[in-house]
Design a protein around this ligand. Structure first.
Ligand code: DC
Length: 223
């Protein structure tokens, strides 16, 4: 079970744009690197965030759904997912000014398509609190460590389980304890426990919930 696989599969079946919001923070970290801006330089990162341009292009391929990520005119689809950018993204995401600028950008992307499936830690609480359906995918730390370890091994990176666990715990600590929009589950989100479950199984459950939600909305309109 990978969050991004669930996102892509859901978006494909719902004919929607998949929007993984971690990309926005990763894009900023990438742009900072390109411009030689230190991750400690809050004020230059704030300005960079205000100028950041991001475009997502949905593409159906024979292997499923792909999204090209274009940042400031350059295609960064592959590079933006590098593990070291994840670490840098977590650091830039802790600055309130950066979050404010990137919030506006996320809402723009969310509004750019008729239907959108959005993944991220603060979507239901901050970015799109009016979302039709909110799902919170939960997994135990050990399960997340296993998935991440597997993913890194597939990329040919040499890491130990203990290192992966330490990094994940550090990242969680930073993401949940920062002052600006700490990651939080929305009170009206439906929690799905994902340990040991397949992507297809989870996607089917969410599609059923989405159908049910759409039926309720239709019924409310006809009353
Ligand atoms: O999901 P990811 O690994 O691509 O996210 C990278 C970092 O971006 C994550 O550690 C915290 C930040 N992030 C965030 O603060 N809010 C989001 N909605 C998505 C990501």
């Amino acid at each position: 079970m990978g969050k991004s696989t669930v996102l892509a599969e859901l978006a494909r079946q719902l004919n929607a744009l998949p929007f993984d919001t971690g990309i926005v923070y990763r894009a900023l970290a990438w742009a900072a690197q390109q411009n030689g801006i230190s991750l400690d330089d809050e004020s230059r990162l704030n300005s960079l965030a205000q100028q950041l341009q991001l475009e997502l292009r949905r593409e159906e391929t024979s292997n499923g759904l792909a999204v090209r990520i274009v940042v400031n005119g350059q295609d960064v689809s592959e590079v933006v997912r590098a593990p070291e950018l994840g670490e840098a993204a977590s650091r830039v995401a802790a600055y309130p000014g950066v979050r404010a600028a990137l919030l506006a950008l996320q809402r723009e992307v969310a509004a750019s398509a008729e239907r959108v499936v959005i993944a991220g830690r603060d979507i239901g609480t901050v970015v799109v609190p009016e979302a039709t359906l909110k799902i919170w995918l939960d997994a135990s730390l050990d399960e997340r460590v296993r998935r991440r370890y597997h993913e890194l091994q597939q990329r040919g990176e040499e890491v130990t389980l203990a290192e992966v666990k330490r990094d994940l715990m550090q990242r969680d600590q930073r993401d949940t304890s920062r002052a600006a929009a700490p990651m939080q589950r929305a009170a009206d989100a439906i929690v799905i426990q994902t340990d040991g479950r397949s992507v297809q199984d989870i996607v089917q459950q969410i599609l059923l919930l989405a159908k049910e939600r759409a039926r309720c909305a239709d019924a409310a309109r006809t009353v």
